[in-house]
Design a protein. Sequence first.
Length: 210
Amino acid sequence: MADVNTGRRSRAERARQTRSRMIRAAYELFVARGYPATTMADIAAQADVAVQTLYFSFGTKAQLLQHAYTYAVLGDSNDLPPQQQPWYTAMSEADDLGQALRILIDNVAAVLARTAPLDEFVRAASFEPQPAQVRAVNEARRRQAWQDMVRRLHSRFDLKHGLEPDRATDILMLLMSPTTYQTLVGEYGWTSNEWRTWCIDCITAQLFQT
């Protein structure tokens, strides 16, 4: 029985690794070529699997794009969403606003470094309904995540007088969007540290009582 269980675990682990390899291959090709120019056959070749395996696992290219977005947000350790990771707890419990923002921005920067190039290509393919829908779903999830972050920070630090949490969320959606990150870092050549410093300065000045 032990050998049977071991064999099952080994097969499950191989299946998990294959699935992760297919998602990563899709992410890399979507970023390198764009969504319209990337075919399922291209992704299968990059992942070293049969194209039928790709279709069996994900169904459509649009569904695979959604998994690529999820990979971009969570990275290789795609087990826990940000809200359940240790850094999120540390940010929520920080006594100093500057410390809380540094924790937040350091971790969001790592996510944006992966999501910004993908998002840029998907926006360019917005004339196609499927990628446009996938992006809309992920934008809604991003807004929900920022609303939660604002709520947690607001529970410890005062927002500027008259600034409502929804408006604060709007500001964060703009300041820390994949588009803004890609423009400043990807196009204008800012370093990641320069972007971090700019974000801390802007968020502090725009959102919180100091």
